[in-house]
Design a protein around this ligand. Sequence first.
Ligand SMILES: C[S@@+](CC[C@H](N)C(=O)[O-])C[C@H]1O[C@@H](n2cnc3c(N)ncnc32)[C@H](O)[C@@H]1O
Length: 190
Amino acid sequence: MSDSDRQRWDAKYADKASTTVLPPDDWLSRHATPLAVGVALDLACGLGHNAIWLSQHGWKVDAVDISPIGLALAEQAAERANVQTISWIAADLDRYEPPTNHYDLVTVFRFLDRHRLPHLIERSLRTGGILIYETFSQGQLSRADNHLISAQFTLGPDELPTLFPGLEILFHDETELPDRSVARIVGRKP
Ligand SMILES: C[S@@+](CC[C@H](N)C(=O)[O-])C[C@H]1O[C@@H](n2cnc3c(N)ncnc32)[C@H](O)[C@@H]1O
């Protein structure tokens, strides 16, 4: 990954002059709303809609993404929303080392890395901390509106919980949303 990934995502985000903040993902708002607020880590945060929602709901958020151009747009959106508790961190998740046993909540949406991310997430959660994760499932590839170019970025049936052997899986769902096919979990670090 890395340089080519950053260039690809920078080019994609450079086309967007400014952004309207999207609403949070339903899987996030549904499962984060009942939690006591604390410190959250949003990985591959993109334009920051979920990080901004968390901040608006009292969370202190570290939001990490490889694209400085995407992060600049996210930061502008956060300023427009008058949100001030987000640290925007430009970093490659192939190398980034978040603090250990630190976060009350880790979130990942529309991003998949089977190799490094699961261990990084389990390590960065404090005991009792929660992971809320949703990304594309294989069903995405046969949708008429599919934009993914490779099956490597989609999850096989029942695969997502198996990537987190160190977490207690509280919820697991694989479903068709109006605009995408997803697998999703909520896990807790015992
Ligand atoms: C499909 S977007 C999802 C963004 C956001 N989570 C959302 O749901 O809207 C994938 C994001 O992953 C980021 N990304 C890709 N490779 C990365 C890497 N190696 N390290 C950190 N971020 C990366 C991209 O810059 C992009 O913002």
